[in-house]
Design a protein around this ligand. Structure first.
Ligand code: ZN
Length: 151
């Protein structure tokens, strides 16, 4: 029998432990989004930046949504933003989402794009306009999800 381990992250799981059966949907990286997911796995938050107009882009895509240039580069970003809007889910849409309530949010990233995400915090602690920062949730050995928490 092993000693109880202390959780080292926001997931509540023991240090180094993955969820044994993660039943929520997982991403299927495309050739365009693969660098985003590889960066997340390395606990880095990267976005595409346009080499022509300089704007950052989210979600990953083959061309800049502002000027249509295909000169996009992956850049490490701050992982900071503010809450644009959010909602609290009190009912699980499927049995996989049994950990309720959870917060679905739209975050205005410091670099410009808006990102749909989860904010992991008690719902009554979340306010529109509040600062948030990214963290990385290793849900399987192969997959890390990008989530946010109060900054
Ligand atoms: Zn551009």
């Amino acid at each position: 029998m092993s000693e109880p381990q202390q959780a080292n992250d926001r997931s509540g799981r023991p240090a180094g432990a993955f969820i044994t059966e993660y039943s929520k949907p997982l991403p299927h990286p495309s050739p365009f989004s693969k660098p985003y997911w590889e960066a997340a796995r390395a606990h880095e938050f990267k976005l595409q930046q346009c080499g022509k107009c300089g704007k950052f882009i989210y979600y990953p895509r083959p061309r800049c949504q502002h000027c249509l240039s295909d000169q996009l580069e992956w850049k490490k970003c701050s992982g900071r933003g503010t809450v644009y809007s959010y909602t609290v889910a009190h009912y699980a849409p499927t049995p996989a989402f049994k950990e309720i309530p959870f917060v679905l949010a739209i975050v205005d990233l410091e670099e410009g794009p808006r990102m749909t995400t989860n904010i992991v915090a008690p719902p009554d602690k979340i306010k529109i306009g509040m600062p948030v920062k990214v963290f990385f949730d290793d849900v399987t050995p192969e997959c890390t999800l990008v989530k946010f928490e109060p900054a």
